[in-house]
Write a protein that binds this ligand. Structure first.
Ligand SMILES: NC(=O)c1ccc[n+]([C@@H]2O[C@H](COP(=O)([O-])OP(=O)(O)OC[C@H]3O[C@@H](n4cnc5c(N)ncnc54)[C@H](OP(=O)(O)O)[C@@H]3O)[C@@H](O)[C@H]2O)c1
Length: 269
């Protein structure tokens, strides 16, 4: 398996058509680069067209190709158009990586409603619109794979991150329901509980942007991308990448009171 910024020396034997939302930066971009280097066909979705064009240029000598699709995941008709363009280019759609997301930090009661609403619209509506646009295309080939990018704050909600945690808990619930709902249609669902990753996420976060859970180590987006590409091959149910994140999720279940104290230290104002 490839991890980090390595590039593949040979293509995979069974290349897939993969739509990645939020492919203009961070985890989505790293996944698009790795997937293209392995020979997969990538439908790259994001709002910043110039970043998508840069991705096309960067991948032009790789085994796979990148189709740039400027679209906003909160707009259902834009996601439907993105899927139609993907089918026109690649004839099928095998995998959706529903990765686009936005953070929020701050007191739930004192935050601007417009900020809270933006997070809900991107992190929940955006995932729903992406899935609802892609599943009909997967049904046409009677197989598919949806990968949702949640967070360790989905199962373990943090203080001053209530709306972000709630949005990711919604993603967890959607993924779990859909896994059962779509199984008979040969469409699999993998949910990722991602831990703190070094991307543009913290600086773009609404509310108290820039502030990170500083006592928590970060990982690279390339490390997450490696696990996403691996999940495309192995189709696990849930992925938690690092031991520290597994400890966090397990600790939240087994020792809720202790975890509340730790969360206040790590995420408190
Ligand atoms: N970084 C972390 O510590 C961390 C931890 C746990 C989970 N995650 C999750 O990982 C995912 C990726 O985050 P990241 O860390 O890679 O952050 P990032 O670098 O900020 O990337 C976010 C991506 O989402 C896209 N996006 C945002 N709103 C969109 C919209 N309305 N329509 C289309 N695309 C949109 C952005 O593209 P445009 O602005 O070009 O549209 C960008 O490509 C998110 O779901 C996040 O919640 C991150």
């Amino acid at each position: 398996m490839l991890i980090g910024t390595e590039r593949s020396a040979s293509p995979v034997q069974n290349p897939k058509v993969i739509m990645i939302t939020g492919a203009t930066s961070g985890i989505g971009r790293a996944t698009a680069l790795l997937a293209a280097s392995l020979g997969h066909q990538v439908a790259a979705v994001g709002r910043r067209s110039e970043r998508l064009e840069a991705l096309v240029t960067e991948t032009k000598d790789m085994f796979g190709t990148v189709l740039p699709l400027t679209a906003d995941v909160t707009m259902p008709e834009q996601m439907q158009k993105a899927v139609a363009l993907t089918l026109a280019e690649f004839n099928r759609l095998d995998v959706l990586v529903a990765n686009a997301g936005l953070g929020h930090r701050g007191s739930l009661v004192d935050s601007e409603w417009s900020d809270l609403e933006a997070v809900l619209r991107i992190n929940i509506d955006g995932v729903l619109h992406s899935i609802r646009a892609c599943v009909p295309a997967m049904r046409a080939t009677q197989r598919g794979h949806i990968i949702t990018i949640s967070s360790i704050l989905g199962p373990v909600p943090a203080p001053y991150a209530a709306i972000y945690s709630a949005s990711k808990a919604a993603v967890d619930s959607i993924a779990q329901s859909l896994r059962i709902e779509l199984k008979n249609e040969n469409i699999w669902v993998t949910n990722f509980w991602v831990g703190q990753t070094h991307t543009e996420f913290a600086e773009k976060r609404l509310g108290q942007s820039g502030k990170v859970a500083s006592r928590f180590p970060t990982m690279t987006p390339e490390r997450v991308a490696g696990q996403i590409v691996r999940a495309i091959e192995r189709r696990p149910r849930t992925v938690v990448i690092r031991p520290i994140d597994r400890f966090f999720v397990l600790g939240g279940r087994l020792f809720p009171r202790l975890m509340e104290r730790i969360l206040l230290k790590v995420y408190g104002n």
